[in-house]
Ligand binder design. Structure first.
Ligand SMILES: Nc1ncnc2c1ncn2[C@@H]1O[C@H](COP(=O)(O)OP(=O)(O)OP(=O)(O)O)[C@@H](O)[C@H]1O
Length: 233
């Protein structure tokens, strides 16, 4: 994947203005974003996903413009084919596991899925060991099952990139280790490029093929060593 980002965005809240100024080009399959709380990491990912509209600049994936202020391009999230996994997974509380995953196909409720679609959902139910709980609602799941459902929903539409906002933060340490290893193996198997926000040194070790530092809204290139110092601080 080639991710070419050069964006600016001012966010105002009362007298305070937060200025996002992100400019970088990422080439690898595994990009990690580190930085202090409030540095702008989630905003950056949301801008790539199309959930936040920058004021200026461009976002290009493999040469395709997802956003270009000068050309007036701002593809909606569902047209970007880039999956975004929220910090709290954002599962739909009134839908069961199967329905949550099927929602990732973005066909909506009035357009029932085709046969291949339900095969795709079945595939991910099996791949993530969710078959047994397919009928359960998010509040009836363990933390790991919730995370796997959210990942399955993100992957079912075969995204060209996966954006993960602190994917293990809500999990207790033993489960974190297990699911980190699962994501590691999954990424190798699917070869889906990913950008992962983290405060955890283990994530930097495992997924930090390329590291971006964010400091007060600005992206600075970093390396694994300095990222480890930053997250350990
Ligand atoms: N809608 C908004 N209006 C005004 N300011 C905002 C808005 N959303 C975010 N901000 C500000 O933008 C800054 C960056 O927020 P962001 O969520 O990207 O931080 P982060 O680096 O992901 O932090 P954390 O590690 O705590 O999740 C913060 O200072 C936040 O207060």
């Amino acid at each position: 994947m080639q991710l070419d980002v050069d964006i600016g965005k001012a966010l105002r809240s009362g007298p305070r203005v937060f200025q996002l100024r992100a400019r970088f080009c990422a080439q690898g399959q595994r990009v990690v974003v580190v930085g202090a709380s409030g540095a702008g990491k989630s905003l950056l990912l949301k801008a790539i996903a199309g959930l936040v509209r920058p004021d200026s600049g461009h976002v290009r994936v493999d040469g395709q413009a997802l956003f270009d202020a000068r050309l007036g391009i701002h593809l909606p999230p569902q047209a970007r084919n880039v999956a975004y996994l929220f910090q709290d997974y954002a599962l739909f509380p009134h839908l069961n596991v199967r329905q949550n995953i099927a929602f990732g196909l973005a066909r909506g409720w009035f357009n029932p899925g085709r046969r291949q679609d339900s095969e795709a959902v079945d595939y991910w139910l099996d791949a993530f060991h969710l078959r047994e709980v397919a009928h359960q609602a998010p509040h009836e799941l363990s933390g790991g099952q919730r995370q796997r459902t959210a990942l399955a929903r993100a992957l079912v539409a075969k995204p060209r990139a996966l954006l993960l906002d602190e994917p293990f933060a809500a999990l207790d340490p033993p489960l974190r280790v297990t699911l980190r290893a699962e994501l590691d193996a999954l990424q190798r198997r699917l070869q889906v490029p990913m950008v992962l926000i983290t405060h955890d040194p283990q994530d930097v070790e495992i997924f930090g093929e390329q590291v971006l530092h964010m400091r007060a809204g600005v992206v600075e290139p970093g390396d694994r060593g300095s990222a480890l110092q930053l997250v350990a601080a």
